[in-house]
Design a protein around this ligand. Structure first.
Ligand code: GLN
Length: 514
């Protein structure tokens, strides 16, 4: 069989590298990621029809910054550099890259040139997603500027003769409104692809693979009731039926009434599975007492989860496999997505203890983004209310309470969060928002209530819209809703005298606060 045409993504540590690969595959072109460390010979050996250089956290002009043999640009293979990749291309070919006077994050209006093949069928003024501190001050000789923004003179540049293209923004994220068209243009118009590749069914393939791996062994699935672990559990239940036991841990860091709801869904008739609910509230509060540092909190919680799963597995006997609903953003943010750096250690990935007493950890969703997980859930027949639930982090409210976690603070954030959710539902905003919650800032400030001085906590409200949770925008909430919620929280939740709304997108912030 003839080999498929292939686009190679060269990884310089960007957060969105898998998204680039996914978008190329969505164009029906096979795509693989390779580390920049693999070097030019490995790239040549892969025989790609096009090369994409990813973003990355470094600055090209610093010593030891990830780099590439400039011969890459002489191979006659089209290259698209994205963000760090665009800066590297310019730097290596004689342009000037330096710290930008104005950094750009998030939604940015970009003016594009009709001349560029990358911008065919793209509007002249188009919203793109930026995330950079550096910029291309002067493009390399032979390059023509094909896009700019108010703060960035070279938002795109190209050397058409050599088929080299550089874009400062991220076409792979959905917040770049015409990004798919741009990548389609690169793959089809520049690389000349025909689109000879098709994805097969992820769900069917995974169920077959899980059956094969597990055989007649026993499996324990860490179930939080969130979308990811529910989809993982449903997949395992299809694959190995009653060999599966799901364990739900109440760590005392759940949303109000969450424990009851999860037990009702998974302990009920809808799912035929062995289901165990472990009350570990005190155990977690003890371990977390006095701990303030976010990464430390995450690691303690991650380790405790594993210890509980090990204990439950011993009670069942002969359990070889632990299943986790890890998804791709957890992997990248934990610094394990190829060259990416640590943003936060997800409890199920970077937060795992060194020793785990299971033969193997099985993560069937490890390569998927959130929206793909939801799609898999629908294919598995999970009810829509479960599939479209908003995400809730494994460490729960511990990452929504800045600083030390105490049962009192948990109660405060639970109550404030319940009010926020209730009012969002009343206003009919639920379906427009991807995730919304209250966080307890560790900040206290002065207020006056009933003519008396108070010195109490500030609650922060957050609401974002996103599809894949790799980038997000702060949602526009009607002022009247914010006012109602504010007065209810201050009136009903003790020790809160101030309410703030978080207007920051991701990047530069993350969705959760820690
Ligand atoms: N680190 C580089 C900058 O800040 C590139 C960032 C990126 O690739 N997202 O400009």
């Amino acid at each position: 069989m003839a080999e498929n045409e292939k686009v190679l993504v060269v990884d310089f540590g960007g957060q969105y590298n898998q998204l680039i690969a996914r978008r190329v595959r969505e164009c029906n072109v096979y795509c693989e990621i390779i580390s920049y460390r693999a070097g030019l010979d490995a790239i040549r050996a892969a025989n790609p029809v096009g090369i994409i250089l990813t973003g990355g956290p470094n600055s090209v002009y610093l010593e030891d910054a990830p780099t590439m043999d400039p011969a890459l640009f002489e191979m006659g293979i089209p290259v698209l550099g994205i963000c760090y990749g665009s800066q590297l291309m310019s730097h290596l070919l004689g342009g000037h890259v330096c710290r930008a006077p104005e950094r750009e994050y998030g939604k940015t209006l970009v003016h594009t040139s009709s001349q560029s093949p990358i911008f065919q069928n793209v509007s002249r003024d188009t919203i793109c997603w930026m995330s950079h501190n550096d910029y291309i001050e002067t493009p390399a000789p032979g390059f023509m500027i094909t896009a700019y923004t108010d703060n960035c003179p070279v938002a795109a540049a190209e050397n058409r003769e050599k088929n080299l293209y550089a874009v400062q923004f991220h076409p792979e994220v959905l917040h770049t409104q015409e990004g798919k068209q741009m990548l389609h243009n690169f793959v089809y118009n520049v690389c000349g692809c025909k689109g000879d590749w098709k994805m097969d069914s992820f769900v069917e393939r995974s169920i077959a693979a899980l059956r094969e791996k597990i055989g007649d062994g026993k499996v324990l699935c860490a179930l939080s009731g969130g979308v990811d672990s529910s989809v993982a559990a449903a997949m395992l239940s299809k694959a190995v039926g009653s060999q599966l036991t799901c364990v739900f841990v109440d760590h005392g860091l759940l949303r109000k009434n969450e424990m009851e709801q999860v037990c009702e869904i998974f302990g009920g008739d809808e799912f035929e599975m062995n289901f165990i609910c472990v009350d570990a509230r005190q155990r977690y509060y003890d371990k977390l007492a006095g701990v303030e540092e976010p990464e430390k909190k995450r690691k303690i919680i991650g380790e405790e989860f594993i210890r509980i799963f090990e204990e439950e597995a011993k009670k069942i006997g002969r359990v070889d496999f632990l299943v986790q609903g890890t998804i791709y953003p957890d992997v990248v943010e934990s610094g394990l997505g190829g060259e990416s750096t640590v943003i936060k250690s997800h409890h199920n990935v970077g937060g795992l203890p060194d020793y785990v007493d299971f033969k193997e950890i099985v993560e069937p969703l490890r390569d998927l983004f959130k929206d793909e997980v939801r799609q898999a859930g629908r294919e598995l027949g999970l009810p829509e209310y479960l599939v479209s639930r908003q995400p809730f982090p494994g460490p729960g409210l511990a990452v929504r309470i800045i600083g030390e976690v105490t049962p009192e603070k948990v109660a405060m954030v639970q109550d404030a969060d319940a009010i926020w959710r209730e009012e969002i539902a009343k206003a009919g905003l639920e379906s427009q928002l991807s995730q919304y919650f209250a966080a307890l800032t560790n900040m206290r400030s002065v207020g006056v209530m009933g003519d008396e001085r108070t010195y109490d906590y500030a609650i922060a409200l957050r609401a974002v819209t996103t599809v894949d949770f790799m980038t997000a925008e702060s949602a526009e909430i009607p002022w009247s809703v914010l006012q109602t919620v504010t007065s209810r929280i201050v009136n009903e939740v003790k020790h809160v005298n101030r309410v703030l709304y978080d207007c920051t997108g991701k990047p530069p912030a993350t969705i959760e606060w820690e």
